[in-house]
Design a protein around this ligand. Structure first.
Ligand code: PLP
Length: 359
């Protein structure tokens, strides 16, 4: 297998893929695949419940939060959040730090007045605003932000203080990369296809007191309370994705949980940024305090070499290093399942490429 630096769907731990392969045709001696089983069977329900419990353990999710296993991607959450959390309010605060914040803002604007509490557009989204820079509206229904911008590689180094206003976070590309204090949030959501499992599953962690106050006309499938009451089985859930997420959660526990991942992720990111900073050929534009541990964008001093970099990296077995089309350059996504040795190989390749093409 090659080394995969994709931003998503992203690399999964080989150990987990092998386990899924072994269990694929005959799950635990039942003579059929888990994906062929009813979601209401006692076998499947036990898999689903175990996955939820493992995620609860890993993130230390307090008892007054529901964990939902939904479909529709993080993008559906851009509308589910205003539909469920606006209640009788007319305004929501959004912090704009790049492409994904903007998409969330555009969608929320269909339902309410969006107050941009802060934006880093002036520096081309290469930093996160500080707490002091947030112009929060005490009347807002909630504050939404994107702790890690997957495309820009910008990560908040703090959790915004929002007083009594509920805080909502799109953690698609940072969830489970390190410990976080869930109790600081009203709602956390994440598409699975980076640190959780295969695409098609979306995880929502929501404080119970916020449920059951949807806007009139909200579709049943967009109502968190419906999913919470049905243990995410109001209809057929994404059963295989949920099962695979459960295997990933068990794998994470074997790695020492999110504390274990934190140490590894920090080392991986630090060595890659150090290699970039020490060279005059590679550059990363993000403010040091806001550099993402998960997505590392970088440019080459000579953009004419971009194509060659991609070609040669692929030949060396390093895949998906091309930056997002909106920003260009390169991006290495180094999620939980990308081993430290893959980052070492990338750094070695980068240094080799620089020597070969620059001197
Ligand atoms: N939010 C962030 C931070 C993302 O990185 C992505 C996808 O890459 C999305 C939202 C959209 O997720 P989905 O494709 O699951 O709708």
């Amino acid at each position: 297998r090659k080394l995969n630096f994709s931003a998503g769907p992203a690399a999964l731990p080989e150990e987990v893929l092998k386990q899924a392969q072994e269990e694929m045709l005959d799950w635990h001696g039942h003579g059929l695949s888990i994906m062929e089983m009813s979601h209401r069977s006692k076998e499947y329900v036990s898999v689903a419940e175990q996955a939820e419990q493992d995620l609860r353990d890993l993130m230390q999710v307090p008892d007054n939060y529901k964990i939902l296993f939904l479909q529709g991607g993080a993008t559906s959450q851009f509308s589910m959040i205003p539909m469920n959390l606006l209640r009788d309010k007319k305004t929501a605060d959004y912090i704009n730090t790049g492409v994904w914040s903007k998409k969330a803002i555009e969608e929320a604007s269909r339902y309410c007045n969006v107050n941009i509490a802060a934006t880093t557009q002036h520096n081309n989204f290469t930093s996160a605003p500080s707490q002091d820079q947030l112009q929060l509206n005490p009347e807002a229904a909630y504050v939404h932000y994107t702790p890690n911008e997957t495309i820009g590689g910008v990560e908040f180094d703090y959790i915004p203080q929002t007083g009594d206003v509920p805080l909502v976070a799109d953690m698609s590309s940072t969830i489970l990369s390190r410990p976080i204090d869930v109790s600081r949030f009203a709602l956390i959501y994440a598409g699975a296809q980076k640190n959780i499992g295969p695409a098609g599953l979306t995880v929502v962690i929501v404080r119970e007191d916020l449920l059951g106050q949807t806007l009139p006309g909200t579709p049943t499938m967009f109502d968190y309370a419906v999913h919470a009451a049905a243990d995410s089985m109001n209809n057929t859930p994404p059963t295989y994705g949920w099962y695979l997420a459960g295997l990933i959660f068990q794998w994470l526990k074997r790695q020492g949980g999110v504390e274990g991942m934190q140490a590894i992720n920090q080392r991986k990111a630090e060595k890659l940024y150090q290699a970039i900073d020490q060279s005059t050929f590679y550059a990363n534009p993000v403010a040091i305090a806001n550099r993402s541990w998960m997505n590392v964008p970088f440019t080459l001093a000579d953009a004419a070499l971009d194509k060659l970099f991609i070609e040669e990296s692929e030949q060396a077995g390093l895949l998906n290093l091309k930056g997002h089309r909106s920003v260009g350059g390169m991006r290495a996504s180094i999620y939980n399942a990308v081993p430290e040795t893959a980052v070492d190989s990338l750094i070695e390749f980068m240094q080799h490429f620089e020597r070969k093409h620059v001197e």
